[in-house]
Ligand binder design. Structure first.
Ligand code: AR6
Length: 168
């Protein structure tokens, strides 16, 4: 059974087979983690994204990682938070599932995720963390290791607490 680990750090530095990008439907660079990934990967990433765009909310696309330590980037589009009545939790779950299905299809064994949708897209962190980790724990047997990379302390705390509750 593969492990699920919450770590604090910058996802662009993760030496895993694939890192996940919290993308938009156009797969344009944007800000947040997406901006950081595009800067670290180099301009070829935007070019590769153009070829596989668009990507509807809840789905994922794969590209090479170019200058990143990771061989691949899986671009996954989480939902924009619209108050909670627009199917956001189910869409967030679908986003994590789509990313991992694509990873499995490419025989990828190690994947690092950012906290999808909880930045610019406004999904409440305490609601997002158990949704994300439940999918990662369910899928872990198919992988060597799955990481949730928290960029700030508040995100790290929310995910470590959720992991303690789901997998004590
Ligand atoms: N490593 C890991 N996590 C990071 C990093 C990093 N280097 N930088 C930021 N984060 P966001 P969203 C965290 O806004 O809410 C973009 O413009 C950040 O602190 O990146 O899904 C896209 O193009 C937060 O916890 O993604 C879309 O248009 C988490 O990553 C839109 O934003 C996600 O925040 C997507 O919004």
């Amino acid at each position: 059974m593969g492990k699920v680990e919450v770590v604090r750090g910058d996802i662009t530095q993760m030496a895993v087979e694939a890192i996940v990008n919290a993308a938009n439907e156009q797969l344009l660079p944007g800000g947040g983690v997406s901006g950081a990934i595009h800067r670290a990967a180099g301009p070829e990433l935007a070019e590769a994204c153009r070829k596989v765009a668009p990507c509807p909310t809840g789905e994922a696309r794969i590209t090479p990682g170019f200058a990143l330590p990771a061989k691949y980037v899986i671009h996954a589009v989480g939902p924009v938070w619209r108050g909670g009545e627009a199917n956001e939790p189910a869409l967030l779950e679908k986003t994590y599932r789509s990313a991992l299905a694509l990873a499995r299809a490419h025989q990828i064994r190690t994947v690092a995720f950012p906290s999808i949708s909880t930045g610019i897209y406004g999904f409440p962190l305490e609601k997002a963390a158990p949704i994300a980790l439940r999918v990662l724990l369910q899928e872990a047997p198919h992988f060597e290791a799955l990481f949730l990379v928290a960029f700030d302390e508040k995100t790290y705390e929310a995910y470590t607490q959720a992991l303690r509750q789901l997998a004590p």
